[in-house]
Design a protein around this ligand. Sequence first.
Ligand code: NAI
Ligand code: UGA
Length: 436
Amino acid sequence: MPEDSGRRPFTVGVVGTGYVGLTSAACLAHLGHRVIGADIDATKVAALRRAEVPIAEPGLADLVGAHVADGGLTFTTDLAELATAEVILLCVPTPAHADGTADLAPFDAAVAALADVLRHDAVVVVKSTVPVGTTRRTARALGRSAVSNPEFLREGHAVHDFLHPDRLVVGTVPGPGEGRATATVTALYGGISAPLVRTDAASAELAKYASNAFLALKLSYVNVLAELCEHVGADIGDVAGAMRLDPRIGAAFLSPGPGWGGSCLPKDTRALLRTATEAGVDFAVLADTVTANEHQHDRVVRKIREAVTGSAEGSLDGVRLGLLGLAFKAGTDDVRESPALAVADRLACAGAVLTGYDPGVRRTAELGAVRWADEVGLVAKDAAGLVLLTEWPQFRQLDWRQLAALTDRPVLVDTRDLLDAGSVVRAGFSYHRLGR
Ligand SMILES: NC(=O)C1=CN([C@@H]2O[C@H](COP(=O)(O)OP(=O)(O)OC[C@H]3O[C@@H](n4cnc5c(N)ncnc54)[C@H](O)[C@@H]3O)[C@@H](O)[C@H]2O)C=CC1
Ligand SMILES: O=C(O)[C@H]1O[C@H](OP(=O)(O)OP(=O)(O)OC[C@H]2O[C@@H](n3ccc(=O)[nH]c3=O)[C@H](O)[C@@H]2O)[C@H](O)[C@@H](O)[C@@H]1O
């Protein structure tokens, strides 16, 4: 335990060892706690016991390796092994139903399985993103106080964000044990320095959805603004650049792209919208945020069609396109709800033949109609156009002259405004960007 923490180590059970659970488990072990990670996926648990980390997160494999080796971090498929845990973190998935509501089946299954296992004084912490009321319901189901402690880490920065969060939000359910539960969660994070927001569970749960939905809103705003720039002869780079300098607006989340995606922004915006609908609140700006994102995928396809065929009505049937980037953003191996794949789906429906390269995504990822390429030359070979969809910085260093020579037609649509226009034009490409 770091010297400055001034707290005692806990025995912590982490249920679900995905992006959030494994990161939490490894970081809490790093902070000196004894951590048991539990997961229903036996293959994953077997790999983690060998300190093999199935996701690409900077620093995570080192932490897991160190604490599996020193015994501070163990893994199990048997929830009964959490019987000694003083604190339980629930980090199971909360995906979306078709109607947008959160699917709480995995969450409820984990809670039900814990009911017979927990020691009488164990504090239950809900880290999964859950609709308002879920923590209160969990407390009732388990007959104890439960705490909402939503997680705000970003994929690709998970370890850093966990250890250096912008804020810690701790929301409690009124009742006996509430004070002790808050004190336990606060002590759990001893050694981490961040503003603490102490509130009720409903506000904590809503703060998580509100934050993700606001980021989505900002991105839909800037993506529509980019479209407007194209119509009125303005430059989104300069427009967003001017906006960024206003601290009330903030510098981040103003880069236009092929739409926002990932495992959380899409599901969380839809879930918040459902919560609003069920509460009888007309959250039109959020509904528009979601619609604008779907429109963005269509808009990018139109842009590609025009760039490649020279016309808004040109046919993409049988046209070979090379996709650069498949992950939902740079720095992750995750393709869940990737805008790159949403665009690819639409291109495939229009008959395009797609090959994709991504430096982070694994060959085994679910890529729909996209044929996987191990190296970038293979996506360029004989392509009628290249489309850059994920902002991997290493794409800047590619030999664009060589890639242009490999293509059938050197057309490049850069949906992330990543490249230096002068260099790619000098390399021979006809270069197309959004919002200019
Ligand atoms: N991925 C992210 O960047 C963030 C995710 N969240 C939220 O955290 C929660 C977890 O998300 P991820 O870590 O991305 O999920 P994930 O899909 O990466 O991992 C979830 C893990 O839980 C396991 N699991 C499922 N049901 C289980 C059960 N009943 N008992 C034990 N293990 C079970 C799965 O096998 C899997 O290993 C979600 O509510 C998500 O919205 C919050 C902040 C960031
Ligand atoms: O709840 C979650 O799972 C997490 O969701 C997001 O994190 P993440 O999914 O890792 O992705 P972001 O970095 O937020 O990016 C989301 C999408 O927006 C896009 N984006 C982001 C920024 C930008 O300027 N432009 C832009 O198009 C990205 O390419 C990506 O498709 C939030 O940023 C985290 O705070 C939150 O904890």
